[in-house]
Ligand binder design. Structure first.
Ligand code: NIG
Ligand code: FE
Length: 389
């Protein structure tokens, strides 16, 4: 197998504290990485690098692990720019616009959904994202949810069944029947196409008893648990995530001290979605409070046409630093290793021997520039599985 030396890295953030300067980012200066096939086979100071078949000299750029975007809703049709416009004029976000996207998604052909998802994934790649989770949730019929997951599976193994996104209009008078459908026929059709189950557990979506039913049914079918919780108001989301040993509870905007303590005592990752807080003009989640309590924090885009039409992890890093109280180093870790932990993955989100060779080359001398230069096109190269994409 051909080994390629990638050198000329002025600052390598490995996100592995056992390497480099021993900080959580495990920074190695004047570094090199050797890639063979899809994996990293050597990491260290360039002066100590082994001889290889090929060599690429980056000429003095910062390198960070590819971003792990652990929360998206990428398979959809249409946009809701008018809803965004109304919000910026003072209207609140309620999730009520989800039905608009459900109608557009049901009406779209599979090829239209595939082409749109492909363009969003491609956009994410150019912005340094190398692992992406994709949820269903804009179909809300057995066939439409299964179709969304089939499209999502063409782009990632990290697929999530979110039939419990909202109750669709046709079940407005019989919520229990919709929950029965989600836990029964819809789950049976979707579980083979999904790795995870998720519920939008919040005001106007699903309550505690409904969420418990759906998660229990998903667990019984072998799915891992993740949860939308505590976005719009305080609710039972975090408590249920801990009870179900979820991999992650996402949004976490409205938390009590008990919620924070419960997360800190658990393995549940708190995933912050600052693009959503930005685009809904909501208060930002308090990342500082979570980290200070010892909670593992991830950052993701929540890319969807309603609450966060955001594909950029660098933007989310900048927002997490400016608005949620994370340092630039904490935000980079949350966007890489934190995202990997939120997906229970140890092969992505860091750069060490054995990990996938997924990384972003920054047109900058340091990872600090991700937050320091918000909006700039800093990702010069995106590498995934040992190949420049
Ligand atoms: O994560 N909160 C629920 N679901 C999405 C928004 C969906 C939409 O508005 O279309 C979210 O923010
Ligand atoms: Fe979401």
């Amino acid at each position: 197998m051909t080994a390629t030396l990638i050198t000329g890295i002025c600052e390598l953030s490995t996100c592995d504290p056992s390497q480099g300067d021993g900080s959580p980012l495990g920074i190695v200066r004047d570094a090199a990485v050797v890639v063979a096939g899809e994996r990293v086979v050597w990491v260290g100071e360039a002066l100590a690098a082994p001889a290889t078949d090929d060599c690429i000299d980056l000429g003095g750029k910062a390198v960070v692990p590819g971003f792990v975007d652990s929360h998206t809703h990428l398979v959809f049709a249409g946009d809701r720019a008018a809803e965004f416009d109304a919000r910026m004029g003072g209207e609140p976000y309620t999730g009520g616009g989800i039905s608009t996207t459900v109608a557009a998604t049901r009406a779209a052909s599979r090829e239209e959904l595939r082409a749109h998802t492909r363009s969003l994934v491609a956009e994410m790649r150019t912005l340094g994202t190398t692992t992406v989770e994709i949820k269903s949730g804009y179909g809300l019929t057995v066939a439409d949810e299964a179709r969304i997951l089939e499209v999502a599976r063409e782009f990632t193994d990290e697929t999530t069944f979110l039939g419990a996104h909202v109750v669709p209009a046709e079940y407005a008078d019989d919520r229990a029947a919709y929950v029965d459908l989600v836990c029964g026929e819809m789950l049976r059709a979707c579980a083979p196409r999904a790795h995870w189950i998720d519920v939008f557990c919040d005001t106007g979506a699903f309550d505690e008893a409904e969420t418990r039913r759906v998660l229990s049914a998903g667990v019984a079918m072998g799915l891992g648990v993740r949860l939308h919780g505590n976005q719009l108001e305080h609710g039972p989301g975090v408590r249920l995530a801990v009870e179900f040993s979820a991999a992650s509870v996402d949004h976490c905007t409205h938390l009590t001290d008990d919620d924070v303590a419960a997360l800190a005592a658990s393995d549940v990752v708190a995933t912050l979605l600052p693009g959503s807080d930005f685009s809904t003009r909501a208060p930002y989640a308090n990342g500082r409070r979570l980290l200070d309590a010892g909670v593992t924090v991830a950052i993701a885009t929540d890319c969807n046409p309603g609450s966060s039409y955001v594909t950029s992890m660098p933007l989310c890093i900048a927002l997490a630093v400016r608005e949620t109280g994370l340092t630039p180093a904490e935000a980079l870790y949350a966007a890489t290793r934190g995202g990997a932990k939120a997906l229970r993955r140890d092969d992505v989100g860091h750069l060490a021997v054995g990990a996938y060779a997924d990384f972003a080359v920054l047109d900058a001398p340091s990872h600090l520039h991700l937050a320091y230069r918000p909006g700039s096109a800093l990702v010069a190269q995106s590498w995934r599985r040992g190949t420049r994409t």
